[in-house]
Design a binder for this molecule. Structure first.
Ligand SMILES: Nc1ncnc2c1ncn2[C@@H]1O[C@H](COP(=O)(O)OP(=O)(O)OP(=O)(O)O)[C@@H](O)[C@H]1O
Ligand SMILES: [Mg+2]
Length: 256
């Protein structure tokens, strides 16, 4: 479904991704773990062509998007959608207009079809009937869910979630986790999640990878990662996860 091969990316001469290899299979829920600043969001943005690698290849849904012109990417993005780290709603638009936005971009259909799809999408995230509200009238958890509704409106085959639960209370975190699972089951979507929240990760993932020092240092099925003896995995799971991915960890020798 998604294949990254030796993806490298630097900003202002600072390497962030130093050769990322990842294969994500159809229908699975795949979580990328990593410390703050380790390049998780950068990694996701490569999967949807928002960032281009300096080196390496990105293949999505059988299409090589590495050098694909922006114009052609528009089509790819009807099948793969990204839920951004901040819900990234348009504050001056109603919930209805926010969710309708991608539909208007990609579907040339009458307004009643759009309205029906907006209603279905909001229903899917447990927010039926909030169409006329403004984002500022919603709680953080509701805003996140409106972001998810906008992300699923086009019935994508792949959904990329960037920190879907960060900043939410436990009840809303659980709700978002359940939502990801139910969307995966009902729509048979492939889900890629970026998070540093371990409870969410191990509750919903089929496979898990750890990004550190610009590379995938470990990956496997969720249980094998949870119980892994790999020193980087242990360090991350045992609490180093809150420490920033500092420069000396980049490419340096593995810390004990
Ligand atoms: N467009 C950009 N221009 C310049 N630097 C960038 C850009 N995007 C990301 N970076 C840098 O790349 C590094 C990794 O950023 P990224 O956002 O991927 O981290 P992250 O793992 O998602 O962290 P967090 O958990 O805090 O969201 C950071 O040092 C960031 O400053
Ligand atoms: Mg991020």
């Amino acid at each position: 479904m998604i294949e990254l091969t030796d993806v490298r990316k630097a900003f202002h001469g600072q390497p962030v991704l130093r050769g990322v290899d990842l294969t994500i299979r159809a229908g699975e829920t795949f979580t990328i773990l990593g410390g703050s600043g380790s390049g998780k969001s950068v990694c996701l943005k490569h999967m949807i062509g928002l960032l281009r690698p300096d080196q390496g290849r990105v293949v999505v849904l059988g299409q090589d998007i590495t050098d694909m012109p922006e114009h052609d990417l528009v089509d790819v993005r009807t099948s793969i959608s990204m839920i951004f780290q901040s819900a990234a709603l348009f504050d001056s638009l109603t919930v209805y207009e926010n969710v309708a936005y991608p539909l208007r971009e990609h579907w040339r259909v009458p307004e009643d079809r759009i309205a029906a799809r907006v209603a279905e999408s909001l229903e899917a995230v447990g927010l039926a009937g909030v169409e006329t509200k403004m984002p500022s009238e919603l709680s953080g958890g509701m805003r996140k869910r409106v972001g998810v509704a906008r992300g699923v409106a086009l019935e994508p085959k792949v959904i990329l979630y960037d920190e879907p639960t960060t900043g939410l209370d436990p009840a809303n975190q659980r709700r978002i986790g359940e939502l990801i699972v139910s969307l995966q089951r009902e729509l048979d979507v492939t889900s890629v999640i970026v998070t540093h929240e371990l409870d969410l990760c191990f509750a919903i993932s089929d496979r898990v990878a750890l990004l550190k020092g610009g590379r995938i240092v470990a990956q496997g099925d969720a249980e094998s990662i949870r119980t892994s003896e790999h020193p980087d995995v242990r360090a991350f799971l045992d609490g180093v996860r809150d420490a920033p991915d500092t420069e000396d960890s980049l490419g340096g020798p593995a810390r004990a």
